[in-house]
Design a protein around this ligand. Structure first.
Ligand SMILES: [Zn+2]
Ligand SMILES: [Zn+2]
Length: 145
C-alpha cells in the first residue's frame, strides 16, 4: 500500500453518508479498515464490500436470488485474489457509492462496470424477494427484514 498514491475520484460528490439507522454500518463505512472488508462471490464476480455483518449478509442473500448457485461471503481476500484488476484497485478507493439495504448500507468496492452489475443484481433480487414476500403475506406470514 502506498499512502501517497490516491486514486482519482469525483470531487463533486459529497463525502457525507446518507442517514441510516444502522450504527454498525455507519461505523464500518466511516472508518473502513482492511479487516472489515468482506468479499462477495457471485457467479464470476468477486467484489469487496463494506458494511456491518447483518447488512452485507442481507445484501449477499438478496443478490443470491439472481443466481442458480449461491452468493458466498468471505471475510478474507480470496485465494486467487480479485480477478478483475480494476476491482482490485477500487478496493483502495475511499470514496464509493452506497447501496441501501433495509435500514443499513453497504459500499461495493468494485470498478464501475462490476459495481453496476452488482447493483442490477441486487435490484433484481429485491424484486424477486418482494414477490416471494408478497406470496408469504397472503399466507399470513410476515417477515420484517
Ligand atoms: Zn448494518
Ligand atoms: Zn471489475
Amino acid at each position: 500500500m502506498n499512502p501517497g498514491d490516491s486514486p482519482p475520484y469525483d470531487p463533486e460528490e459529497p463525502p457525507e453518508l446518507p442517514p441510516m439507522q444502522c450504527d454498525a454500518c455507519e461505523g464500518a463505512l466511516q472508518s473502513p479498515e482492511r479487516d472489515m472488508l468482506s468479499f462477495l462471490l457471485l457467479d464470476q464476480l468477486t467484489a469487496p464490500i463494506i458494511g456491518c455483518d447483518d447488512h452485507f449478509q442481507q445484501f449477499a442473500s438478496i443478490c443470491g436470488y439472481t443466481t442458480d448457485t449461491t452468493a458466498d461471503l468471505l471475510d478474507h481476500r480470496p485465494a486467487g485474489g480479485v480477478p478483475c484488476p480494476s476491482c482490485g484497485l477500487a478496493a483502495h478507493t475511499p470514496h464509493q457509492p452506497l447501496v441501501q439495504v433495509a435500514g443499513g448500507a453497504v459500499a461495493i468496492l468494485a470498478c464501475p462496470e462490476h459495481q453496476s452489475e452488482l447493483i442490477t443484481r441486487f435490484r433484481t433480487g429485491l424484486d424477486t424477494q418482494h414477490q416471494l414476500t408478497t406470496q408469504l403475506d397472503t399466507a399470513g406470514t410476515r417477515d420484517v427484514l
